[in-house]
Write a protein that binds this ligand. Structure first.
Ligand SMILES: [Zn+2]
Length: 238
């Protein structure tokens, strides 16, 4: 009786304390699980964008306004400019890597977005069909001075791809391994942008094209693997 009267408050305190700590751990684990799940769900994108005559109508209006430094609020639901801005939005979200295989690339808006990504220390690799000394890709030189790595295919035939992998899983893991950190990289979500459209003024503004955007894990892995394979096969400037 004496023992229980003296120790009961201490044991109770210990049990309550241990229970509180355990409950906190469980709550913290649950919070992180839900938080990560919501972030993953928010990062999931599966979109199809069509470039067609319905989207061309307002395009010249957009270009005219942007040349005057003004934003044009567009009511056109098929707007070509919206498609371009969606690509730029995804490029702006890149944390670690952008791997771009593009037959031809000269869109000023895209080049500007890539330049901004380089300023954020995003590693950008570009594969083009022709060596960059050709006039069509001449404006890539400025980005190369800022850190862009470029390779082109040495064979007969065309590197006719038009795809982009943003924060591909294996690429992020490789970049992180070079940093030699003892902890895991922050959560990143791979996105693939692929389609018929060249990221050029002409490709965006005058042709009937398609663009598919997906965060599907397996599709992103397949595109990343082919990009890595081409990168190792092709000669480059780096
Ligand atoms: Zn528009």
């Amino acid at each position: 009786m004496f023992f229980s009267k003296k120790t009961h408050p201490i044991w109770s305190t210990l049990i309550i304390g241990a229970g509180t700590i355990a409950a906190s751990e469980v709550l913290w684990y649950f919070y992180n699980y839900v938080h990560d799940l919501l972030k993953w769900q928010q990062a999931q994108v599966h979109e199809v964008h069509m470039f067609n005559e319905l989207g061309f109508e307002c395009f010249q209006e957009h270009r005219a306004h942007s040349q005057r430094g003004k934003f044009f609020t567009c009511p056109n639901t098929h707007c070509t400019q919206r498609h371009i801005e969606r690509i730029i939005e995804l490029l702006a979200r890149a944390k670690f890597s952008i791997d771009l295989a593009m037959y031809s690339l000269n869109s000023p808006e895209i080049l500007l977005a890539l330049g901004k990504a380089l300023q954020r220390n995003v590693a950008i690799r570009l594969i083009v069909s022709q060596p960059v000394v050709t006039p069509i890709n001449g404006n890539i030189f400025n980005l190369m001075r800022a850190g862009l790595k470029v390779r082109s295919q040495p064979f007969v035939g065309l590197m006719h791809h038009k795809f982009c992998v943003i924060d591909g899983r294996t690429r992020v893991d490789h970049i992180w391994s070079l940093k030699r950190r003892s902890y895991d990289p922050p959560a990143t979500y791979s996105v693939v942008i692929n389609g018929s459209v060249n990221w050029t003024q002409g490709g965006f503004g005058a042709n009937w094209e398609n663009l598919v955007i997906t965060s599907h894990h397996r599709i992103a892995s397949e595109f990343q693997a082919e990009f890595d394979r081409m990168w190792e096969t092709f000669v480059g400037s780096d």
